[in-house]
Design a protein around this ligand. Structure first.
Ligand code: GUN
Length: 285
């Protein structure tokens, strides 16, 4: 039997329609998401454009700051600082990666936790680690929402997260492990010995390594949920970590690529922007 496909587009649309109803019913002053893009990387430009489009659909407003790839560390930091200090801006997102030569961490850490809609700053990540309330990264949150929507059992399950990035792998491992989700999580990476054996044990497999097609059907426990978060830019276009052709007949659930986790990142970004406005008392909680 083929895997159930986890439709991220449908869940994104449901979430965004719900946000729009909430925002319109509250009739509050505009809730604003601000994005910062440095350089002219095509895929990053497209990601940011789709974030703006969905922000408008959710009833939010969006602002954008575009900086050239010649921008200095100081110029990028000044632009971010200005947005963080602007009371009409509720969420600030710096699109990653920054061009070579720029250090993202000091830039991100300028964003206060209540405006950190990406959940990527030192303080937001610290809150997640301590299990305190705060804004959680959009991609990890989006994966958890998909698992909930499709009623994939997490409690007592074995999960393997392949990839240990601060954007996805690390926070997602924490979310799967924490009370409520209660999975037993293995964090795997490029130096994991016998990756096949590790994946084969797992009821939930998260591909977040950015290694095109590295997860194949022969590695998967029959019936497992396989979530593809990997993004590799190849000549054939954007490719995930999961080899769909061989995995789909074996898995119980599978996120398609595209149309799986990508749209959920955007939906959770809009939710986080509304939560950010609530944290700033700009929107009724
Ligand atoms: N680049 C790729 N994904 C993301 C994301 O979720 N947030 C940011 N800021 N940059 C990204």
């Amino acid at each position: 039997m083929a895997a159930i496909l986890m439709d991220g587009n449908a869940l994104r649309d449901e979430i965004i329609a719900g946000l729009r109803v909430t925002v319109e019913a509250a009739g509050s002053p505009p809730i604003c998401l601000a994005t910062v893009l440095v350089g002219n990387d095509g895929p990053s430009q497209r990601y940011v454009a789709s974030k703006h489009k969905k922000a408008l659909e959710a009833g939010l407003v969006a602002r954008h700051v575009d900086l050239p790839d010649t921008a200095t560390q100081g110029e990028v930091e000044a632009a971010v600082r200005e947005l963080t200090e602007d009371v009409s801006v509720h969420g600030v997102l710096v699109q990653l990666p920054l061009p070579d030569g720029l250090d993202p961490e000091p830039v991100l850490d300028l964003i206060p936790p209540e405006k950190d809609v990406d959940g990527l700053t030192e303080r937001s990540m610290g809150r997640l680690l301590r299990n305190r309330p705060g804004l959680v990264g959009c991609t990890p949150n989006g994966v958890m929402r998909l698992l909930e929507k499709y009623e994939v059992p997490t409690s007592g399950s074995r999960a393997v997260v392949i990839g240990r990035s601060t954007l996805v792998g690390l926070p997602l491992s924490l979310l799967l492990n924490r009370k409520g989700a209660d999975a037993t999580v293995t964090m795997a990476h490029s130096r994991t010995a016998d990756m096949n054996a590790v994946v084969r044990e797992a009821d939930i497999v998260i591909g977040a390594a950015g290694q095109a097609g590295m997860i194949t059907g022969d590695m998967i426990k029959p019936g497992a949920a396989v979530i593809d978060v990997g993004v590799s830019r190849t000549e054939a276009g954007i490719v995930g970590d999961v080899d769909r052709l061989s995995v789909e007949p074996v898995a119980g659930w599978l996120t398609p690529m595209p149309g799986g986790t990508g749209p959920m990142t955007i939906a959770c970004l809009m939710e986080n922007t509304l939560s950010a406005a609530q944290l700033q008392s700009a929107f009724p909680a």
